[in-house]
Write a protein that binds this ligand. Structure first.
Ligand code: NAD
Length: 263
C-alpha cells in the first residue's frame, strides 16, 4: 500500500494556475485565494478593464499581508478556441500548468417557450463548450506537472434546475458530465472535479435581490446555515480540490449551498 506523505502545508508555491472569468465574483475570490497560497495566478476575462483593476487590487491586498503575489491578467474570450489555445500555450510554456479553474459563466432569466436558439446556444457555448476548449488546450501543460488539477465551476442548477432557465441548467449538467468523463480519461495524471455553488453573493445575485428585501428574507429562511454564501466559500473549496490535500479525490461534484438543496 502506498504510504501517505504525512503533514503537508496547503500551498501552491511554485505552481501556475489559470482562472477564467476572474475579473469579478467567484473567479476573483478564487484568484485571490490561489495567489495568497503562493500560485502564479493568471486571470482571464472578457473585461480587460475589470481584470486589470482586480489584478492591482488583489496584488495590493496580498502585498499588505506580506505575501509576494504573482498575478497576471489577459483578455481572453473563452468561447474563442484559437485565443484559448494561444493564451494557454503562452501561460504553460516553460512552467507547465498545475491548476485550471473553469469559472467564466453566464445566464439570463428565460422560459423555454420564449427562448431563442441564439440564447440557448450562447449559454451552452460560454458555460460548456468553452470549458471543453480550456480543458483541451490545458491538458498537455497539465500532464507535465505532478498533482495537476482541473476544477470546474458548475451549479446546483445541474441537479435541481433553476439559475435562470433550462439553457443554464443544461449547460451546467453538461459541465458535470465533462468532469466525470475527464476524471477517467486523464487519470492518473490530472484530477478533475466540479463545485456546484448555490446562492452566492456576487454582482449577479445583488442585481437580482438588491431591491427585493422580502425575497431575500424568504431565501434566508430556506438556507439551514442561515446566510447567503460568499465567493470565498467557493474559493476555499476550489483551493482544497486543486491542492495536494485532495490528492485522492477525482470525478466528484461538490454542492456548496449552505444545506439548502437537500434539507
Ligand atoms: N453567483 C452564484 O450564485 C452562482 C451560483 C452557481 C454557479 N455560479 C457559477 O459561478 C461562476 C461565476 O459566477 P459569478 O456569480 O461570479 O458571475 P459574474 O457574472 O460575477 O462573473 C463572471 C465573470 O466571467 C466573465 N466572462 C463571461 N463570459 C466570458 C467569456 N466568454 N470569456 C471570458 N470571461 C467571461 C465575466 O466578464 C465576469 O467577470 C459562473 O460559472 C456561474 O455560473 C454562480
Amino acid at each position: 500500500m502506498a504510504s501517505h506523505n504525512g503533514w503537508r502545508d496547503l500551498t501552491f508555491e511554485g505552481k501556475t494556475a489559470v482562472v477564467t472569468g476572474a475579473a469579478r465574483g467567484i473567479g476573483r475570490a478564487v484568484a485571490y485565494r490561489l495567489a495568497g497560497l503562493g500560485a502564479r495566478t493568471v486571470i482571464w476575462d472578457l473585461d480587460g478593464k475589470h481584470a486589470e483593476k482586480t489584478t492591482a487590487e488583489l496584488s495590493d491586498l496580498l502585498d499588505e499581508q506580506g505575501r509576494k503575489p504573482h498575478i497576471e491578467w489577459s483578455v481572453v474570450d473563452v468561447t474563442d478556441p484559437d485565443a484559448v489555445q494561444k493564451s494557454m500555450d503562452k501561460v504553460g510554456e516553460g512552467t507547465g500548468i498545475d491548476v485550471l479553474v473553469n469559472n467564466a459563466g453566464t445566464t439570463s432569466v428565460q422560459k423555454v417557450e420564449a427562448m431563442s436558439l441564439d440564447v440557448w446556444e450562447r449559454t451552452l457555448r460560454v458555460n460548456l463548450t468553452a470549458t471543453f476548449y480550456c480543458c483541451r488546450a490545458a491538458i498537455p501543460h497539465l500532464r507535465r506537472r505532478p498533482g495537476a488539477a482541473i476544477v470546474n465551476i458548475s451549479s446546483s442548477s445541474a441537479l435541481v434546475g433553476g439559475g435562470g432557465g433550462a439553457h443554464y441548467a443544461a449547460s451546467k449538467a453538461g459541465v458535470d458530465g465533462l468532469t466525470r468523463h475527464l476524471a477517467r480519461e486523464l487519470a492518473p495524471d490530472v484530477r478533475v472535479n466540479s463545485v456546484q455553488p448555490r446562492t452566492i453573493d456576487t454582482e449577479l445575485f445583488q442585481a437580482r435581490y438588491a431591491h427585493a428585501p422580502l425575497e431575500q428574507d424568504k431565501l434566508l429562511s430556506q438556507i439551514p446555515l442561515a446566510r447567503i454564501g460568499q465567493p470565498e466559500d467557493i474559493a476555499d473549496a476550489v483551493a482544497f480540490l486543486a491542492s495536494d490535500w485532495a490528492a485522492y479525490i477525482t470525478g466528484q461534484l461538490i454542492l456548496i449551498d449552505g444545506g439548502r438543496t437537500y434539507q
